[in-house]
Design a binder for this molecule. Sequence first.
Ligand code: PHE
Length: 444
Amino acid sequence: RKSSSVTVRGKAYGTHPAWFNVPPNVLDATSRQLHLQRGHPIYITRQIIESHFPRPTFKYYNEYSPVVSAHQNFDSLGFPANHPGRALTDTYYINETTLLRTHTSAHQADTFRADESDGYLVSADVYRRDEIDRSHYPVFHQMEGARSWDRSKVPNGDVAAAVRRDLETLPRHNVKVEDPNPPFHDERNPLQEGHHSAAEAEAIGEHLKRSLENMVVDIFSRAKAAALKDDPNFVDEPLQMRWVEAYFPFTSPSWELEVYYAGDWLEVLGCGVVKQDLYTNAGVPSQLGWAFGIGIDRIAMLLFKIPDIRLFWSRDQRFLSQFDGVSDRLDTLKRFVPFSKYPPCPKDVSFWLRPATTTSSAGGNAKGAFHENDVMEVVRSIAGDVVEDVKLIDEFTHPKTGRRSVAYRIVYRSLERTLTNEEANAFHDGVRRALVEELGVELR
Ligand code: PHE
């Protein structure tokens, strides 16, 4: 499985055995580019978000390769050397310096450098080792947006005034938004003193917030219209949004936008005022502005009421054909009608972890101690898209030996057909064997 080179989007990359951790199913996904597949719900959702950030103010970049350097993905954005997101347990590496981007922010530096317009959008597939359930898949899609103002090009170098003039041209919505926190926080989100004034950062923050609120209001009103088409008696709770203080190494101040949906506050995006180092390092030190990153898949799930993120990867016409009628005017959205629901096959596995002393390690970031994401990868590598959910259900440390034992419940369920019990057993036996072979655990 570990060859000495892999090809992604037509380009070959040398792999390193101590680093390469990209399984075949994830590698295959690099060729799909669902955000560019006409009529796909990810494509439709991208277009709806893009419509809020129109040309020529914004320029669109939708074809960046998912293979980036650790510098692009982490260093250029100010992630510290020991940031947990860099670990092999969290990120797919090709070799020590080359990886599959974990977020579209990997392209910030290059796009700030290359882009001549006032803003840009980057839509792309991103890759993360993570848990398995109906809203997590190792590949998903993000859209990055940024809007910059050039101090040397606005009247009197007064960026605050220029941003406020632009703010006046944005539509106003009438949805209730909570925003209880002060704009700055001394430790996590200080004013970038020496680079811009509080008035500038505040104006940029307001422009950012209004732009994103408008987009989210539109998404939810389209989702409501689609729901009403389905069920004329549909009653919705009124939309509520709130801004929450957040931390990102490359923005200050930073926020997340949460939306109250189906009884829960749902995080929909991260954003902030871009750290000046990014502009300076990109050779455009006179610019300042905002950036945001939004997960397209989760928004598409809300918009079309798609119950499981795996459906996006389906090649089944019963899924794909449901989105055929959507015109380029994006005014005919219909909710997804699930095909018949196939029965789940839950199966448990419990095992002793390999004692920590026998782990080999080739440096701090190498494959070694047990990590739950490795279980997820093993299950996905055997059962592919037939696995719906993997959950830790029990944990136990032996009082004398100190050895740790864990139990997981794996739910096997195909979205496309009924699994026979024999098939589910065959997957589960394969998973048990692979856990032993790949992770060195001892089954109980
Ligand atoms: N890249 C961040 C993430 O994936 C989101 C983000 C983008 C935050 C741009 C701030 C600015 O979580």
